[in-house]
Design a protein around this ligand. Structure first.
Ligand code: ADP
Length: 490
């Protein structure tokens, strides 16, 4: 048995390889950015061959940096930008078109035409109809790239999300699979019956022969071809990035919840064996399947998370770097009655006002830049709190703590304010690479590197914790100010 597990983190802006030891500590990291293509306004693409070669390159680099060979690596786990859609030729291994990235909005018109099927699609897939998910991206490729529809019908083409593509490449075309968590983001997968849905595929004209076999999140899918990394390595786990983070945060029990504070914020709550249909604008998704057991999750996202801080820096020019905001916000006692509602790209869950625009309320002569900075950080916490509450309402579970990660979670003011506003213990692990760690755990559980979830929990490292420190009265007053400000947009 190798002494390490390697995670491939195939993200939106870069490919990374991270090697972990048994305690979940990082032994080696390598990273390479990938090029973003914007062929038209609102369109986003990646080159699938670049994703593959960059990913293989960083894997070899991470191994050689730490002086490791293929024998030292017990297993590989993959986590990836979800929904991004790739179609390739089964014979040549070449993509027929660039990868259409999750952010790409080119299929808005296709989605509008599907409106009549909204309930059927929501009940089966747990999702709302949106260009975000893979289904309409795949349809776009079939309808718009010359010759592709015929070849697909003849069984000559394969579809996959990024982990599926990487596994196929790593095994030199021997294994065409996707894991349940990624499948559940395609809008083609029935999350209750755990199978591709023929009615939706027919509706969209998608030949089912091109879809990958759906496998669990933790099992040996195959071995990498020995030529790539100097010997074969078992590929033993895969999960979409947010689900991997939920697992990496050890949110193993129903009611456990995590938030990733990045450009946007992504909250997921483990709801156990129950797939809860939200009444508050959240989506339902598969967290993971291990053995025969499926764990479901509720998911909600905040569009403007750390991006509000980028706005302070790039548009307002009142800070020079994001990390300054922690000290600057503490220069004042409060926001002086000021609230920012960062609805720059509309309001998401639980309000769903796509046309809304942002606002700043409560401006008086005494409001200065430190108040604005503080209000911007607070706005992140109010939006996260709205989603936490939606999750509590949908699930009837009140989580004991909120596990956090992502770039902005390093801000202690932000974390303390979240604890205060949500009246919840906020727990930040020392290793915030939870996405990669989740993929490593899933692979290591299948290969026997870790025995079970208890083995993972007992081997894991330290964390910081933030305890609510304001009175119920103050919390209520602050939240009611936020509600009033948001209310102006509703
Ligand atoms: P992504 O994965 O979405 O690119 P990251 O997890 O790298 O995002 O986090 C970057 C985001 O977090 C940026 O929007 C940045 O403004 C914000 N951010 C980073 N550090 C801090 C900080 N110390 N305080 C507040 N926001 C921060």
């Amino acid at each position: 048995m190798g002494r390490y597990v390697m995670a491939f983190d195939a993200g939106t802006t870069s490919e990374r390889a991270i090697i972990f030891d048994k305690t979940g500590s990082i032994v080696s990291v390598a990273q390479k950015e990938i090029k973003q293509y914007y062929p038209q306004a609102g369109w986003v693409e990646h080159d699938p061959m670049e994703i593959w070669s960059a990913q293989l390159g960083v894997a070899v680099e991470a191994m050689s940096k730490a002086g490791l060979t293929a024998e030292d690596i017990d297993a590989i786990g993959i986590t990836n930008q979800r929904e991004t859609t790739i179609v390739w030729d089964r014979e040549t291994g070449l993509p027929v078109y660039n990868a259409i990235v999750w952010q790409c909005r080119r299929t808005t018109a296709i989605c509008e035409k599907l409106a009549d099927h909204k309930n059927m699609i929501r009940l089966k897939t747990g999702l709302v109809i949106d260009p975000y998910f893979s289904a309409t991206k795949l349809k776009w490729i079939l309808d718009n790239v010359e010759g592709v529809a015929d070849k697909a019908k003849e069984g000559k083409l394969l579809f996959g999300t990024v982990e599926s593509w990487l596994i196929w490449k790593l095994t030199k075309g021997r294994v065409h699979v996707t894991d349940c968590s990624n499948a559940s983001r395609t809008m083609l997968y029935n999350i209750h019956e755990c199978r591709w849905d023929d009615e939706i595929c027919e509706l969209l004209g998608i030949p089912m022969e091109m879809l990958p076999e759906v496998v669990s999140n933790s099992e040996i899918y195959g071995e990498s071809d020995p030529g790539f990394m100097g010997g074969p390595i078992k590929i033993a786990g895969a999960a979409g990035d947010q689900q991997a983070a939920l697992f990496g945060q050890k949110c193993f029990k129903a009611g456990d919840i995590k938030n990733t504070y990045g450009t946007g914020c992504f909250l997921l709550m483990n709801t156990g064996s129950e797939a809860i249909t939200s009444r508050n604008g959240l989506v339902t998704t598969i967290g993971w399947k291990i053995g025969e057991r499926v764990t479901y999750a509720l998911e909600g996202s905040v569009f403007m998370g750390g991006a509000v801080i980028q706005w302070l820096r790039d548009e307002l020019g009142i800070i020079s770097k994001a990390s300054e905001t922690e000290e600057l916000a503490k220069k004042v006692e409060d926001t002086n009655g000021c609230y920012i509602v960062p609805a720059f790209t509309g309001l998401g869950a639980p309000y769903w006002k796509p046309e809304a625009k942002g606002l700043i309320t409560g401006l008086s002569r005494g409001v200065g830049k430190y108040h604005i900075i503080r209000a911007a950080l607070d706005a992140i916490t109010y939006q996260v709190n709205d989603i936490v509450n939606a999750m509590i309402q949908d699930s009837g579970d009140r989580p004991g703590s909120l596990k956090v990660d992502g770039g902005a979670s390093s801000n202690n003011y932000l974390m303390q304010t979240q604890a205060d506003i949500s009246d919840i213990q906020v727990v930040r692990p020392e290793c915030v690479e939870t996405t990669a760690l989740g993929a490593a755990y899933l692979a290591g559980l299948a290969s026997g590197f870790w025995k079970d979830e208890a083995d993972i929990v007992s081997s894991s490292a330290s964390y910081d914790s933030f305890t609510p420190a304001i009175s119920a009265q103050e919390r209520e007053a602050r939240i009611s100010g936020w509600k009033k400000a948001v209310g102006l947009l509703l």
